[in-house]
Design a protein around this ligand. Structure first.
Ligand SMILES: [Ca+2]
Ligand SMILES: [Ca+2]
Ligand SMILES: [Ca+2]
Ligand SMILES: [Ca+2]
Length: 340
């Protein structure tokens, strides 16, 4: 894995998230409900939640420091209670978003408190976040004590849709005690129907068919290339449906994002492209050098990586199309091989 980030504390969340794709463990198998019907029911649940819950908008806007997930307070409006001062009903604050997942039209909702001032991750990247997850009844089922790294490909589908709509921190400072303070990060709350969460699966503290609420801070991200073939995973979603599991050019057992020979012609993908490696002693120097490049339509620059000697490198990749049929060699099992 081409990760420069500290991955030591990622496992709690990934374990939790990966559980959703399995039908074993302590999960009792029941036939899944119809996704469209469940979504209609979840929308009622979410709308009712937005009409009966408010958040501390005034306090958040007037904090002396940059807000964190711990500053976000969502409270229930009791029957007959008037909305407290300096708060906003969620129904008046959340943004409605639409997406298609497993051929079903979904709606989900965002409370975008801070967009962030860094970069936007791709839906297949790894993000470093602080988060807190809870059920509609307010029960917390999980939270990060320290920022954790989450691979959006292994995460619930709601996360892979929400994170690219926020930006990472613009930078960070290292404090005297060694901790790091991120600046101008994305901060928000996502409200997910069960179909973009665990659906019929259950996990610790999460019953089947639960709508979920996640408060989160988006600190950093890393472009992922899961199969290390120099084609970043977001580019392996050939049909552009935000799902890399259904793209399989050679119809073998491995989707393109996890396939080192995407067209199955016996030539590894990294041998069917060409690339120039750029290297500099510092990230800043490399960024300046890369900014001077102007990639052609069939070229792209890979993510910057730190090498073992502490230097930084990135590649300018060219997707060669030797026979000129519009299909790059690495996806074209009929191309005339010019490699040794
Ligand atoms: Ca796809
Ligand atoms: Ca394949
Ligand atoms: Ca691949
Ligand atoms: Ca190949």
């Amino acid at each position: 894995m081409r990760i420069n980030l500290n991955t030591s504390i990622v496992f709690l969340f990934v374990l939790l998230v990966v559980t959703c794709s399995k039908d074993d463990d302590e999960t009792t198998a029941t036939p899944p409900r119809d996704r469209a019907e469940q979504q209609a029911s979840d929308l009622d649940t979410l709308q009712n939640y937005f009409n009966t819950h408010y958040y501390n908008s005034g306090a958040l806007a007037n904090l002396p420091t940059y807000p964190t997930i711990n500053d976000i307070e969502i409270s229930k409006l009791e029957e007959g209670q008037t909305l407290p001062e300096n708060t906003t009903l969620l129904a008046d604050a959340v943004q409605e978003k639409t997406t298609v997942y497993k051929d079903v039209d979904y709606k989900y909702y965002l409370l975008k408190l801070k967009e962030g001032q860094g970069d936007q991750p791709h839906f297949t990247d790894q993000v470093r976040v602080n988060y807190e997850g809870s059920l509609m009844n307010g029960n917390n089922f999980d939270s990060s004590v320290n920022p954790v790294d989450v691979d959006l490909v292994s995460s619930i589908s709601g996360w892979s849709r929400v994170m690219p709509q926020f930006r990472t921190a613009s930078g960070y400072t290292t404090n005297n005690n060694g901790t790091v303070t991120f600046e101008n990060y994305g901060l928000g709350v996502m409200f997910l129907p069960s179909g973009l969460s665990y659906f019929n699966n259950s996990a610790t503290g999460i019953p089947s068919y639960s709508c979920l609420v996640f408060k989160f801070e988006l600190h950093q991200y890393q472009v992922m290339d899961h199969d290390n073939d120099f084609i970043p995973s977001y580019m392996e979603d050939r049909n552009n449906n935000m799902d890399v599991s259904d793209d399989n050019t050679d119809d073998d057992r491995f989707s393109n994002f996890a396939d080192t020979d995407d067209d199955g012609d016996g030539y590894k993908t990294f041998r069917e492209i060409t690339y120039i490696t750029y290297s500099q002693p510092t990230r800043e120097a490399l960024e300046i050098e890369l900014q001077g490049l102007s990639p052609a339509a069939n070229q792209f620059i890979t993510a910057i990586e730190m090498e073992e000697d502490g230097s930084f490198s990135a590649k300018l990749v060219t997707l060669e199309d030797t026979n000129g049929n519009g299909i790059p060699n690495y996806l074209d099992s009929d191309d005339a091989q010019t490699l040794n």
